[in-house]
Design a protein around this ligand. Structure first.
Ligand code: SF4
Ligand code: SF4
Length: 480
């Protein structure tokens, strides 16, 4: 993209050549390794602070408990799920499904307005790649130029030592990440137990752990930015989600073009030159190997490194900062100042409502769930002037507290319950209990072959904790 500025007449020519190839591949399709320069600046600092919080959360959450429950546990093996300390059971899966749909809508709306902020600031891939693995690489191999030199040089003692150290540390970090991921699945207590008892006791779990460790190692040591540019479906969706009103990292081509090298004491405006001094600093810091000056590209993960790099250059040459900045495309095209538009406000309100809805779904599940199902094939039997149906009950205590419960028929009245055990049912916290009861009515009360019935479960104080609508079966009667 280029533009001639300096007067009101604007001419633009689009050069879309760069779209014909991926920035990290050469003409033969061979991978071009990216050696991004170490970023520094205001946004890098903010991203560092954000990453400290996120990493602390990632490594801290497995040890967090609420009322004795894990804060977050996704145990797909034993089908035990805890979110924000709340147990979720298979019965609650419609909530999780609704929650998943709400999350997808949330992500889409968020992206329409705020672009790829998630990629640059919150995504685990960017977080671990840029804030952990890349930093280790800078620490062992040095900044961009040193890394490139090391890459070019022969396999001498220095290269072997640096590469072996780097790969060793990468493997160790991958093992740590894999161990913590495991804690989110089986809980930290079990992970520690597996470690104590060793691979001979838990061969399958150890193999799984090694598999995940090697996968993380492969992703962070080799695949790297290719996850964002070629693999991630969210990245692929950008093309359809963003428009000219979406906030993203943009190069202000109206101000920057025509780019040319910096010359001291030159009046660039008078010379018809733009503010971009073609120093390539925004390109060399880019972890996905693109040139943001070509315009919005799917490869851009909004990491802000180019903003900081360009701001530093602008400061040095005494030009205003913000040649690359967070902006909308229409803001740059129309030379407008950034406005928090009504669309952004409306979307933000909808996003807040969606979060509220998700929170409501999580908490409004009740602490008890009762189900009364007839055994397969059973109907009714008649004895001593009473018609009886058998029910299998399932009581699920979703809280941590012990509950003492009683089953009563709410409607119709006159029901008699026969218990196979005690009338008083004791249910421990987070327990599922199954049992049988017989419900009988006097023969003369049953007028229909199938009649609606509501069974209630009450606590010790007589408060209804859950109810279940079912039917009571009797003999077919011809009503004239
Ligand atoms: S273009 Fe800028 S914001 Fe986008 S990935 Fe590259 S450095 Fe990060
Ligand atoms: S860092 Fe700024 S001035 Fe340098 S090439 Fe990039 S956009 Fe132009």
């Amino acid at each position: 993209m280029s533009a001639e500025s300096g007067n009101s007449k604007f001419t633009e020519t689009e050069n879309e050549e760069f779209r014909n190839s991926v920035g990290t591949m050469d003409e033969t399709g061979k991978r071009k390794w990216v050696f991004p320069r170490k970023p520094k600046g205001k946004y890098t600092n903010y991203r560092n602070y954000t990453s400290y919080v996120l990493l602390a959360l990632f490594f801290g959450i497995p040890f967090l408990k609420i009322n004795g429950n894990p804060f977050l546990l996704i145990n797909v093996i034993d089908r035990r799920f805890f979110i924000l300390g709340q147990p979720f059971y298979l019965q609650d899966f419609f909530i999780l499904a609704l929650g998943a749909v709400t999350s997808v809508i949330f992500v889409m709306l968020f992206t329409v307005v705020f672009g790829r902020i998630f990629c640059g600031w919150l995504c685990p891939q960017t977080l671990f790649m840029e804030m952990v693995f890349r930093k280790i690489e800078y620490w062992i191999e040095g900044d961009r130029n040193k890394q490139m030199k090391l890459d070019r040089q022969e396999w001498n003692a220095e290269k072997v030592r640096k590469r072996a150290t780097k790969w060793g540390v990468f493997l160790l970090i991958s093992l740590i990440i894999s161990t913590f991921m495991f804690m989110y699945i089986v809980g930290y207590e079990q992970v520690f137990q597996i470690m104590r008892e060793g691979p001979s006791e838990h061969p399958l779990k150890f193999i799984t752990m090694i598999f995940f460790t090697l996968t993380f190692y492969f992703v962070f040591a080799w695949l790297r930015e290719q996850v964002c540019t070629l693999v991630c479906p969210y990245g692929r969706l950008q093309g359809v989600l963003i428009d000219k009103q979406t906030i993203n990292v943009y190069y202000d081509f109206r101000r920057g073009e025509g780019r040319s090298k910096w010359r001291n004491n030159e009046d660039r405006k008078a010379a018809g030159k733009g503010d971009c001094i073609d120093c390539h600093q925004c390109v060399v810091v880019c972890p996905t190997g693109i040139d943001i000056r070509n315009g919005q590209q799917l490869e851009c993960v909004n990491c802000t490194a180019c903003i900081d790099a360009c701001d530093e250059v602008m400061e040095k040459v005494g030009l205003p900062k913000g040649l690359i900045r967070y902006a909308t495309e229409s803001e740059i095209e129309n030379r407008e100042k950034f406005r928090f538009t009504s669309r952004m406000k409306a979307t933000t309100v909808i996003l807040a409502l969606l979060i509220g809805f998700l929170g409501f779904l999580m908490y409004d599940r009740g602490s008890m769930e009762a189900k009364f199902i007839k055994p397969a094939g059973s109907t009714f039997f008649v004895k001593n002037g009473k018609i009886t149906n058998t029910f299998i009950y399932t009581l699920l205590n979703k809280s941590n507290e012990k509950k003492i419960l009683y089953i009563r028929v709410i409607s119709p009245s006159n029901a008699e319950i026969t218990y196979f055990g005690s009338e008083k049912i004791i249910l421990k916290g987070d327990e599922i209990l199954k049992g049988n009861i017989n419900i009988s009515f006097p023969e003369e009360d049953i007028k229909l072959s199938k009649q609606n019935m509501v069974i209630g479960v009450f606590d010790e104080k007589g408060t209804l904790v859950d109810s279940f609508d079912t039917t009571f079966e009797g003999p077919f009667k011809l009503v004239l």
